[in-house]
Design a protein around this ligand. Structure first.
Ligand code: ZN
Ligand code: ZN
Length: 171
């Protein structure tokens, strides 16, 4: 699925600026993160400026990210905005390759690949409902974010726990 910014009309004059808005979905973009679900509509908006040398595209992707917290195993949905910015330079026969610019040949810029890359590269390796998520009690499994379960967890030394697991496996 393409997201085309047309370069004729409003964007034709040097210095011209045009806003863009697109609605899409993770499926349509083929942008499914491995450890989250982006349910519903994905909103893409921003501006494109004709700088003469390039078309400068800046904007943000807004998603609702649903994930399972690695610590407390709860399911959470968080609205998130991922910014993006890229210079698009029209390709002419024999132009040298340049780092940091996207080449295009048509009368419109398709920003779908940029949006897809933006979504996939900002995904965190770890899912946490919040930075200080307290996780689950290793004894009773209670969600410690909801209050203390009363178990004595001080006695569980991680090294002893590892040893205990080894001994269990020997049985
Ligand atoms: Zn959590
Ligand atoms: Zn407990």
């Amino acid at each position: 699925m393409g997201m085309l910014i047309k370069l004729s009309g409003a964007l034709a004059p040097l210095g011209a600026q045009a806003e863009f808005h697109f609605q899409t979905t993770a499926d349509a973009l083929d942008a499914a993160p491995e450890n989250a679900v982006l349910a519903g509509e994905i909103a893409v908006s921003g501006t494109c400026v004709n700088t003469g040398r390039s078309y400068r595209v800046e904007g943000a992707v807004r998603v609702l990210r649903s994930f399972v917290c690695d610590r407390c195993l709860g399911t959470f949905s968080q609205p998130q905005a991922y910014p993006f910015g890229e210079d698009f330079v029209r390709y002419r026969e024999g132009d040298p390759q340049e780092d940091g610019v996207e080449r295009f040949t048509d009368e419109a810029i398709d920003i779908a690949p940029l949006v897809r890359d933006t979504i996939l590269t900002v995904q965190p390796l770890r899912n946490l409902c919040r930075d200080d998520c307290r996780g689950l009690c290793p004894r009773c499994g209670a969600d410690l974010n909801r209050g203390d379960c009363g178990c004595d967890r001080r006695s569980i030394d991680p090294r002893l726990a590892a040893l205990a697991n080894l001994l269990k496996q020997d049985d």
